[in-house]
Design a protein around this ligand. Structure first.
Ligand code: NDP
Length: 264
């Protein structure tokens, strides 16, 4: 019988995860099937998982913290950021992982050597990426529109600023984790600040996917090597697939099977 997987979220109809994972199951001859599940109440995540007989799930907005709470055993990094995006059932226990940040890191290192990065934004994604990248020896500076969400970064010892008084320095990569440009034509920072930061950088990365954001348009204009959030989506999916299939395949084999999804 096929093992059953899904992505839980709200909304979830737009998710490309079923396409990615089913393509890999098919290509690799693994008896798995992946669907999407609209979960309205995050408190019901665990009982829904067991009632529907899943082997593993991915969790997207807004339930990553509920997934952290639903897990019996959580890997260290996911516990630190209190955000789980992958749950797998093993011997009756739910194991929780965060594959967003390691996936992003796999994507980032394809661009070249990155020793310093400027992260724009201070939400959940910025928290996970800044901790993970710092753990990999990358020097991180954070800039956000308003002060409130920067408190956590200050406590964690990151250099951080609001736009006011921000002086752009040279960084290998500039990373947009804000939702500016997701549904509007906004840049993540006022244009003159952004141009100063990008003008000194080697690479630009956006976590938004499915459209060319004004941020990526600027990167293109400046001739910076760049990619959008679909690379992060793919890479987090590869690592999740590895957990789902209990390390049956190496990551390169999974990547080869999954990558064509972005052309479908
Ligand atoms: P949060 O809501 O936690 O944080 C949003 C951040 O964006 C805040 O720092 C906020 O600043 C800032 N922001 C919002 N609007 C603007 C604006 N117009 N100008 C400047 N800054 C702005 O979001 P998440 O961290 O959960 O998600 C951020 C993005 O990451 C989303 O676009 C999401 O789609 C994407 N994402 C992509 C993934 C992938 O696999 N590719 C995985 C996960 C997320 P302030 O504090 O001032 O309000």
């Amino acid at each position: 019988m096929k093992e059953l997987f899904a992505v839980f979220g709200n909304p979830v109809h737009h998710s490309k995860s079923p396409l990615m994972h089913n393509l890999a199951f098919q290509t690799l001859g693994y008896e798995g099937c992946y669907t999407r599940w609209l979960l309205e109440n995050g408190e019901e995540l665990r009982e829904t998982f067991f009632a529907l007989g899943f082997k593993g799930i991915n969790i997207t907005v807004p339930h990553k913290e509920h997934a952290f709470e639903a897990a019996d055993i959580v890997e260290d990094f996911a516990a630190e950021v209190r955000a789980v995006n992958t749950l797998v059932l093993k011997n009756g226990n739910l194991y929780g992982y965060n594959t967003d940040a390691p996936g992003f890191y796999r994507a980032l290192t394809q661009l070249g050597e990155v020793k310093t990065a400027l992260i724009m934004g201070a939400g959940g994604t910025a928290r996970a990426l800044s901790l993970f990248l710092r753990g990999k020896g990358i020097d991180i500076e954070v800039v956000n529109r308003s002060a409130g969400r920067l408190e956590w970064f200050e406590k964690e010892g990151f250099v951080c600023h609001t736009w006011e008084g921000f002086e752009a320095k040279r960084h290998d990569a500039v990373i947009n984790t804000t939702s500016a440009g997701l549904t509007d034509d906004a840049l993540p920072m006022p244009k003159e600040l952004l141009d100063k930061a990008m003008g000194q950088a080697s690479y630009a990365v956006d976590v938004i996917y499915g459209k060319e954001t004004p941020f990526l348009k600027e990167a293109k204009k400046l001739g910076l090597p760049h990619f959008d959030g679909s690379e992060m989506l793919l890479q987090q999916g590869i690592i999740a697939f590895d957990y789902f299939t209990d390390h049956c395949f190496d990551l390169e084999t999974i990547e080869k099977a999954m990558r064509p999804f972005s052309h479908l």
